[in-house]
Design a protein around this ligand. Sequence first.
Ligand SMILES: *Cc1c(COP(=O)(O)O)cnc(C)c1O
Length: 454
Amino acid sequence: MSTLEAGGPALTQERKIVTAIPGPKSQELEARRKASVAAGVGSSHPTYIVAAGGGILKDIDGNQFIDLATGIGVTGVGNANPRIAQRATEQLNAFTHTCFMVNPYESYVEVAEALNRLTPGSFEKRTALFNSGAEAVENAVKIARKYTGRNAVVVFDHAYHGRTNLTMAMTAKNAPYKDGFGPFAGEVYRVPASYPYRDNEAAGTKVSGPEAAKRAITIIDKQIGAHNVAAIVIEPIQGEGGFIVPAEGFLPEVVEYARQQGIVFIADEVQSGFARTGKMFASEHEGIEPDLVTIAKGVAGGLPLSAVTGRAEIMDATHGGGLGGTYGGNPTACQAALGAIEAVEQDGLVERAVRIGEILHERFSELQGRYNQIGDVRGRGAMFAVELVQGDSTEPNPELAKAVAAHAAQNGVVALVTGTYGNVLRFLPPLVIGEDLLNEALDVLAEGFAEALS
Ligand SMILES: *Cc1c(COP(=O)(O)O)cnc(C)c1O
């Protein structure tokens, strides 16, 4: 079964632009949308999709785009992956919902067993399933508070944890995520992260990982008090913040501190997890074993499913009935997750992520040699980004990021802009993308740089 069969028989693995972007049919739908969909829900690429698979998204006007976004790191196993489509279809024909809290079913247990096995740490684990990344983060905090009997939650600069009330409080960036949406949940405290590219600039020297950890720990000790802290929550590679890989040694020091102080260490691997970075979970790159891991995005190939997986004694400290939700661990989403897990393990997708990272690193390092506006080239595996600056200084250059992404969109490549300063181009290609297609997308991006900087 080839992942390239996905998206229907008409979908070829080729980039093809046959109309203006967006095309006439997309524009028509966009007009209907403006009259029917709330303005607060945006779309960075308003071309309406009718089929997708492998590395290609096909729109309603017949244009085909190379997908470097995967719906924000979700369809790593490819869109309409046959392993998922088949399992989900069978499930839909058998039964659609019972609510696991009313009548349970086997697939939920199978997903829990798989995630307990796949997450870092050989200790005894338990899993609870939810619907979205934000819901997983909220539940991880609930679980940590219940277990510790403490209230405070420590989060970091540049963090992104979601759009619900608690997770807005935990997210760093104001616009667009929080602006005007307060008041926010209390007992959330922000401390400095490790941002190697910007730490160097601000300090005029390198801030090592352990030094950055000490900077954060001092604030926890002096301004919050470790004995008040239920959880430290961190993305092992910060996603929306700009694909920031912390300096080596930062994460292990923070984990060690949490352990000494009886604080639950929660790795938010919603974006970095599930094979994306060339390991099953990004925590493995530094050998850390989080107490709890939050998992979503890539885990079910596009069906809504999330999880909290972690140490049995922490997970089991919550009273029966304290966790759950009507749809959490929906049977179709569970089947999709089982299909996605099968795809990752049997189709060698962790290795594919490593290879994609090598290609991205090579191509962008070469471009960086040509343009001093490419300030930083970073990431792990298929979670990769370039941070764009003015060139004569490290002042952020969001205009360049926007211009290159716009050139890409017009020429059939979907790429995303992100970062605290809006100056990061981030790449989350499907792990099943063909190398020729990936290289073609990178050619288009290189043209975008050449055009914008000529
Ligand atoms: C996307 C994301 C979330 C929120 O997930 P949703 O499914 O959008 O609620 C939380 N944490 C991280 C690190 C994310 O990237």
